[in-house]
Design a protein around this ligand. Structure first.
Ligand code: COA
Length: 291
């Protein structure tokens, strides 16, 4: 078995093939989206057996502080030590940038057993909610003075919305530790296509959108839904989210899905109210570094 870092676009494509094989229900970023996240701290690995890619690894800073590691092994090559070898390389890389905690995410009992074997323990959970699309009427009834546009009509608005709107919405995620998202990360990877923006006096006060899945065009993932604190409780989130359902149905999609923190009661309830049903659970695990 050989482990090497991803360098070429073909390596990145092989990496995302493993991601798709291991997590078939979740949209994988395109190579271009992956490239946009390249940084000196981000490490992508491939593991090959007899020249064939059988596993991948990702190490980076975690959105919740600390480091993040994701070893992923295709099902037919598990229980042969490949996950352990990857985890050791990833943890070593993360330890180099001076963080003291290592985080990972698991979605099945075997992967949880692997994580526990390495001393990780659960610190948080995310819940998937899935919405089958039918005839989705265009919503009406926004509060006076509020208009909705799509981000492509005023592309500069997204980066500008980080101060105030973005930071407030990110601070209200129900995560075990506050999210650490820079203005650059917000601008480069948090908006969907389309992204619906609710505006009041020229400022963003709400957002919802869709990330299309080039591998499974019949499905889409909801992008961030958020409403500024002083505008909550007035139907803006459900209006924006219904717009995403309407748009996705018009595009011929049959399903939207979304991931929400298990402790985010208002978002879970809103989705349930809009007809989403519970899907998978993802457990965030953590352990001190070094491994
Ligand atoms: C988790 C994962 C990477 C493990 O890869 P792997 O190559 O099968 O792991 P290893 O062979 O190195 O396993 C090391 C030890 O972990 C434990 N373990 C791994 N898989 C297990 C399972 N399905 N059930 C119980 N224990 C398991 C065992 O103690 C194993 O040692 P053993 O085989 O000698 O008993 C793989 O299952 C996977 O890709 N899962 C989906 C992605 C994921 O959740 N990754 C994040 C992990 S933090």
């Amino acid at each position: 078995m050989e482990i090497s870092a991803c360098v070429t676009d073909d390596d990145y494509d092989a990496w995302r093939r493993v991601r798709i094989a291991v997590l078939p229900g979740e949209r994988a970023q395109t190579v271009a989206e992956m490239r946009a996240q390249d940084s000196p701290e981000r490490l992508l690995l491939l593991a090959r057996v007899d020249g064939t890619v059988v596993a991948s690894g990702l190490a980076d800073r975690s959105d919740s502080g600390g480091g993040f590691a994701a070893p992923r092994v295709v099902p037919e090559h598990r229980r042969r030590g490949i996950g352990s070898a990857l985890l050791e390389r990833l943890a070593g890389h993360v330890a180099e940038f001076g963080v003291t905690e290592l985080r990972g995410m698991v979605e099945d009992p075997g992967s949880l057993a692997f994580a526990e074997r390495f001393g990780f323990a659960e610190v948080d959970r995310q819940v998937e909610q899935v919405r089958a699309l039918g005839a989705e009427p265009e919503p009406g009834g926004l509060p006076d003075g509020v208009t909705v546009i799509t981000l492509d009509q005023q592309p500069d608005l997204w980066a500008a919305s980080y101060e105030g709107f973005g930071q407030e919405v990110l601070a209200d995620f129900a995560v075990f530790e506050p999210l650490v998202i820079s203005a650059e990360e917000w601008a480069s990877s948090w908006a969907g296509e389309p992204m619906f923006l609710a505006l009041h006096e020229g400022e963003v006060i709400g957002c919802a959108g869709v990330h299309l899945d080039t591998d499974r065009p019949e499905r889409g993932e909801n992008a961030l839904t958020g409403v500024r604190r002083d505008w909550r409780g007035r139907g803006i989130a459900s209006h924006l989210k219904r717009l995403t359902l309407h748009w996705a149905a018009e595009q011929g999609l049959s399903e939207l899905y979304t991931w929400t923190q298990a402790g985010n009661a208002s978002m879970l309830r809103l989705n349930e109210h809009l007809g989403y049903v519970i899907g998978q659970t993802s457990i965030t695990v953590s352990r001190p570094l070094p491994l």
